[in-house]
Design a protein around this ligand. Structure first.
Ligand code: HEM
Length: 186
């Protein structure tokens, strides 16, 4: 049996791109749900401090994963779109992909700015600490908080539309768009 291909080819995603895509997708949805849930916890709840600790720590880990993913994306060929896709569909897909990358970076970056606005370091799952980042602007936490909140909603809504588009390719057009993101060619 031949081993699975790690790198992309001009016609398929490799195992590294596929793993990075699905780990990031699960992390983004998980962090979104955790974020919405934790802001309503009462002071007496046992998760009151643990949930933000987890949200921040996993958010930083996702940040590192996204940097790796973008680096991998830029040094690998992007598999060609299916031949049946029209020009506007290809342009829309590429625009959506880059908007999702941008929104992910904005949401993680703004989360960092909220956490460190008061000058405190970021503890990453009690594993290591990252230094505070203060931009020297008024109300850094408020402004970053807005970017974080609306950016996260925008990202999740775009991911929802993107998932529906992937399902449409699979169930209606019956092309290989989704299959390519599920298993690498041998
Ligand atoms: C939070 C959730 C998700 C995010 C942020 C996300 C993001 C992305 C991004 C940025 C790409 C572009 C990869 C590249 O640059 O080559 C991509 C590709 C893709 N994604 Fe997702 N995705 C998510 C969830 C899903 C789900 C649930 C599905 C399936 C139902 C899916 C199916 C696909 C497929 C098929 C491609 C390849 C598209 C192509 O080659 O034209 N994604 N995704």
């Amino acid at each position: 049996m031949q081993p699975m291909r790690l790198c992309n080819t001009p016609s398929s995603y490799g195992l590294v791109s596929i793993a990075l895509h699905w780990i990031a997708a699960v992390a983004i949805i998980g962090l979104f749900a955790l974020g919405l849930w934790m802001v309503d916890l009462s002071y007496a709840d046992p998760w009151y401090t643990t949930a933000p600790w987890l949200h921040i720590g996993l958010g930083v880990v996702l940040g590192a994963l996204i940097v790796a993913r973008l680096a991998w994306r830029l040094c690998q060929p992007r598999p060609a779109f299916e031949s049946g896709m029209r020009g506007w569909e290809r342009a829309a897909a590429l625009t959506a992909h880059w908007l999702m990358y941008t929104a992910t970076v904005a949401v993680i970056g703004s989360g960092y700015l909220i956490t460190t606005a008061d000058g405190s370091a970021v503890s990453v799952l009690d594993w290591f600490e990252l230094p505070p980042l203060q931009l020297g602007i008024d109300r850094q936490a408020d402004l970053a908080g807005r970017v974080h909140y609306y950016g996260a909603w925008l990202l999740v809504l775009m991911a929802g539309g993107h998932s529906l588009a992937a399902l449409k390719h699979h169930l209606i057009d019956r092309d290989r768009t989704l299959i390519k993101m599920l298993r690498p060619e041998r």
